[in-house]
Design a protein around this ligand. Sequence first.
Ligand code: PSU
Ligand code: MN
Length: 298
Amino acid sequence: MSLRISDEVDAALHAGNAVVALESTIIAHGLPWPQNLEVADELEQAVREQGAVPATIAILDGTVHVGLSVREREQIAARDDVVKASLRDLPMVVAKRMNAATTVASTAHFARLAGISVFATGGIGGVHRGASENFDESADLQALGSIPVVVVCAGVKSILDVGATLERLETYSVPVLVFGSDRFPGFYLRDSGFAAPWRVDTQQEVVAAARAQARLDLPQATLVAQPLPANEQMDPGVHDRLLKESLAAAAEQGITGKDLTPFMLEWFHSRSDGASVRINRRLAVRNAELAARIAAAM
Ligand code: PSU
Ligand code: MN
């Protein structure tokens, strides 16, 4: 497989310096233009400030790029022909020389191929509501069950079935470590309503768990979920109203499959008076910082 690894990322990997992979679906499909480009830049900056090298991953003209230039980040943020590529989309995207943003599943795959062991995102995909009938479960889950990288996230959004997602993570034997809390975070909200499977309070604990996992010859990712501080989360009342409205609208408009997450995100972004974009941005930056500290501790 030919990956185009940027000179900076390649040099850092060869020198054994800390590198953090960043996904691109959050940029192309998770946030509105032009804030998405600002966030893409901010995430890289956050990684650098902690002494690590950022490697944003995306596909341009069918070539997988690990580490994007400023111009390449801009393409992913601004163009309207950037498709969302999870693992099963990769063969066609590459064969047809398309532009694509990578999900958690495909970013983890390429991070692994490039030799990057830590990766930061906003929220992972999970089990959708109604999955017992519509079978809609993100490929992120199975990918986490089979790709050994440390993934730092803010939990999963309440637009998903959080309980079922945690059950699936258990089925796939993915260690779920919550950073600094006994409660599993719900992205916009500090507490998803579910207990943390495991709690850690330092990056050293994360590194020790990831090392033990490798020594035990277990192939899964290590999922680190970091909640927002209480004073930075979304107002729970606003959150619950938007959630109800967006679920009803998606059902009414027949939005399903890979379009559902972007639809729900857009609903929150355009109706929360800026709060959802601000909070999404903040948690993604915090995750990039924590990922960089974990990479440095490794
Ligand atoms: N959750 C978010 N924001 C996102 C995503 C998930 O809060 O942008 C993106 C991630 O890239 C994730 C993908 O990997 O959506 C999952 O999509 P699907 O459910 O179609 O697998
Ligand atoms: Mn899906």
